[in-house]
Design a protein around this ligand. Structure first.
Ligand SMILES: NC(=O)c1ccc[n+]([C@@H]2O[C@H](COP(=O)([O-])OP(=O)(O)OC[C@H]3O[C@@H](n4cnc5c(N)ncnc54)[C@H](OP(=O)(O)O)[C@@H]3O)[C@@H](O)[C@H]2O)c1
Length: 368
């Protein structure tokens, strides 16, 4: 099956995803899946379209060398609509996928929400690494996907490629999740761990920016907005909430947090930025991100630097802890890849013409 891909956003994650497709080519070939990038859209690096397929790895190298995809400065949505119209036939067959990796906007979720809605209304599937749309418009987008009979998947929005959303959606039938708590922001967890060792706020943040892990606007990480967006996203999917990041009681870290982190450490404990949500008896979901001092043997306290974790409280399975022991662009890109495979595996395959021929030959050999 050939899947035509339109990439909206071609930054750190989008480009790592393209290279991962190349690295996993043997596995894709075994599964009979052939991804073909037909369009790429960026905000300031132009656009590219070719219905027969683009050399996306060469485009990634060009952007990394400081070049642009085109001189054109068409608005993203106008380019996307045109590309979707030109790919109408693939969309009708369910073979068109939009890979959405634009920047995080925690207040409005744009341009991602409009991109996803436009894609679904043209009957394209969507895979997205962006937590903004899940945190702000999850219910609306899932209804749009159901109307279009297409998928909107966003596994890498929280804990990168670790399957938290897929776990809750597909592997826990009959289980009710009453709440969760976790450490979900890599940048601040790394910074808190560095600061309790005497490292500086600015130095630790610079490390995360150099690794391409901090958000394009790092205040989203340090002010707790990224964690609030992930908390809202998890609450919307797992607890059926309809909240946005602004509904999450929020705390972040600042220069003065270093003293608290050092003090907790010298006391044999650790300061952590904990995200949590609980469904109350009135079904209202109470969500928060706050600094908490945890005993050293607490699961969340034991998370080092880039490690993240979520502990789900369930009725039938008790507590389920999911620990991610490292975070990288590859992990995020893998979340997009696994979503792509979920879509590929859901598509009907045409029967292989070689099998009946072989069966017939065997019958003839047996004289039947
Ligand atoms: N980095 C991580 O480790 C990580 C982990 C999990 C989730 N995520 C999420 O993944 C997404 C992408 O992250 P990233 O690190 O790849 O960010 P990035 O490097 O800043 O790339 C963002 C891309 O989006 C493009 N863009 C922004 N506004 C656009 C618009 N209006 N139309 C078209 N393209 C637009 C940018 O274009 P220009 O290059 O022209 O500006 C750029 O190509 C974010 O939502 C982030 O929260 C990232």
């Amino acid at each position: 099956v050939t899947l035509d891909l339109i990439l909206v956003g071609f930054g750190n994650v989008g480009r790592r995803f393209i290279r991962l497709l190349g690295e996993l080519e043997p596995m894709l070939a075994r599964e009979g899946v052939r991804p073909r990038v037909v369009a790429v859209a960026t905000r300031s690096h132009g656009h590219a379209f070719n219905a027969k397929g683009l050399d996306a790895e060469a485009l990634a190298a060009r952007v990394e060398a400081g070049g642009a995809l085109s001189d054109e400065s068409k608005p993203t949505l106008a380019f996307l609509r045109q590309a979707l119209r030109r790919c109408r036939e693939a969309a009708q067959r369910g073979h068109l996928v939009i890979v959405e990796t634009t920047i995080l906007d925690v207040r409005r979720g744009q341009p991602a929400i409009e991109v996803i809605q436009t894609a679904l209304s043209h009957r394209a599937h969507v895979v997205s690494a962006n937590k903004g749309p899940v945190a702000i418009a999850h219910d609306r987008l899932m209804r749009a996907a159901a109307r279009a009979k297409r998928s909107y998947l966003h596994e890498s929005a929280v804990l990168d490629g670790v399957p938290v959303f897929n776990l809750a959606r597909t592997l826990l039938p009959g289980v009710t999740i009453a709440g969760f708590e976790g450490v979900v922001n890599t940048t601040t967890n790394y910074m808190l761990a560095a600061m309790e060792q005497g490292g500086s706020f600015d130095g630790a943040l610079a490390d995360m920016q150099a690794a391409g892990i901090a958000e394009a606007d790092p205040s989203l990480d340090v002010d707790g907005w990224d964690a609030a967006a992930k908390t809202a996203a998890l609450a919307n999917v797992m607890l059926g909430a309809r909240i946005t990041p602004s509904d999450v009681a929020r705390e972040g870290i600042e220069q003065s947090t270093a003293a608290r982190a050092l003090a907790a450490r010298s006391d044999g404990r650790r300061l952590k930025l904990v995200a949590s949500a609980t469904r109350g008896t009135n079904k209202r979901v109470d969500a928060r991100v706050r600094l908490e001092v945890r005993a050293e043997n607490d699961l969340l306290a034991r998370l080092e630097g880039p490690q993240n974790a979520i502990v789900l409280r369930t009725d039938l399975l008790g507590e389920i802890a999911i620990v991610q022991r490292g975070s990288s662009l590859t992990h995020t890109a893998y979340g997009l890849f696994s979503d792509l495979m979920t879509i590929a595996r859901s598509l009907p395959r045409s029967a292989s013409p070689r099998r009946p021929a072989r069966r017939q030959a065997r019958r003839q050999a047996r004289g039947r």
